[in-house]
Design a protein around this ligand. Structure first.
Ligand code: SF4
Length: 382
């Protein structure tokens, strides 16, 4: 790679080529001094536990380290290994997951633990191919577990690594098309890769591939940040093309984003004394199986009148009270606005079919997604 600011488009890179600039060694030396202490990481020099790596990687998808930390500790205290998690009920896992969002991850987490327990004797497969056959484990997570827990010389490329690599090599192609070339370039940053023994177990035992990956993750999160990267502190700053050009923040290049249209609906907060009316969402789809208060459909073209006709059928409600304001929530593919209606019903009122009453004091034990927490807080003035 030229230091003169040459731009990489489709440079042919062999995964077994060691980076001639010495970047892998610089990266590992930096990691040895500055590695973050994270609950799922073992002490320096120790091999990571596949269960911890897997659990943390699933939780970290779309979620920051700070938020994940307490959830990881809670899960580990309750289910110390994959065998224990595989014996848990899905409801318990969803309840423990509540608040982390993207609930299909929790369902896959449970399905994966069940599969590891049932089909693999409670031990994760130690190859990327084997890992990828498990529920919820895609190419990135399989590579992360293979590198970090088993020492395979493979580079998992997450958003942080994408940013560092695209800047380091000034990759002009926008994401997501640039993913294959970024993957190839990232692989050249693996430490201690030795052609000829790429698949040997002895080499894996000595490999620091997991440290190389975690070094890039840490670099991306603490130094090569999306805004104002601290290039002066970066171990790779002597050989970074975008830094030499003076425009690191403009990488990675991105194709213009398409955001979904705003959807609207109504949510119905019905109380019976100190109890709240709830139901479970359908198993499949958005927030599958989670708990919610009854709502209308969430549609782009929906007015309040149409939404109100979808209120739960409770004879004792003569009139709904509309709360001022709306609850807004941003899902990955669309923003949502919910109008909140409230009503109180007498103690004898029965829950409509498919719904149930829960004490408000035990709501924290329900698998409530964040959007519902907001709705309930708004409806109950909490
Ligand atoms: S020198 Fe700056 S832009 Fe380049 S990798 Fe380091 S922090 Fe990122």
């Amino acid at each position: 790679m030229s230091l003169s600011g040459a731009v990489v488009r489709r440079k042919k890179v062999s995964p077994l080529d060691r980076d001639a600039t010495g970047r892998p060694a610089l990266l590992l030396a930096w990691y040895d001094r500055h590695r973050r202490r994270l609950p799922w990481r073992p002490l320096a020099g120790e091999r990571a536990d596949p269960y911890r790596v897997w659990l943390s990687e699933i939780m970290l998808q779309q979620t920051g380290v700070k938020t994940v930390g307490p959830y990881f500790e809670k899960f580990l205290a309750r289910w110390p290994d994959v065998e224990a998690l595989g014996r848990a009920s899905l409801d318990d896992v969803l309840r423990m997951w509540a608040g982390l969002g993207y609930y299909s991850r929790a369902r896959n987490l449970h399905a994966c633990a069940v599969a590891v327990r049932r089909d693999h004797g409670g031990a994760f497969p130690d190859t990327e191919e084997g890992l990828r056959l498990l529920p919820g484990i895609g190419p990135y997570t399989a590579a992360a577990i293979a590198a970090i827990a088993f020492g395979h010389r493979t580079m998992p490329v997450d958003g942080n690594i994408e940013r560092v690599v695209s800047r380091l090599f000034a990759v002009e192609e926008p994401l997501p098309q640039a993913k294959p070339v970024i993957q190839e370039l990232a692989t050249t940053l693996l430490g201690e890769s030795r052609a000829g023994d790429a698949n040997s177990r002895a080499a894996d035992a000595k490999s620091r591939a997991g440290d190389s990956a975690q070094a890039l993750m840490d670099l991306g999160s603490s130094i090569c940040t999306p805004k104002k990267p601290a290039c002066a502190l970066c171990p790779l700053n002597g050989d970074c093309v975008s830094r030499a050009r003076g425009d690191p923040e403009s990488f990675p290049r991105k194709a213009p984003k398409k955001t979904g249209a705003l959807r609207r609906g109504a949510a119905f907060v019905v109380t019976r004394g100190d109890q709240l009316l709830v139901r479970a969402r359908p198993e499949k789809g958005l927030l599958g199986g989670m708990t919610e208060v009854p709502t209308s459909h969430w549609l782009a073209a929906q007015d309040d009148k149409a939404a109100l006709t979808q209120a739960p059928a409770l004879k004792s409600i003569a009139r709904w009270h509309r709360k001022a304001g709306v609850v807004t929530h941003i899902f990955t593919h669309f923003p949502l606005e919910l109008v909140v209606y409230t009503a109180n019903v007498p103690a004898r009122a029965r829950a409509p079919e498919g719904m149930r009453w829960v004490p408000i004091s035990t709501l924290r034990d329900e698998a409530l997604p964040n959007v519902m927490r907001k709705v309930i807080a708004h409806g109950l003035n909490m």
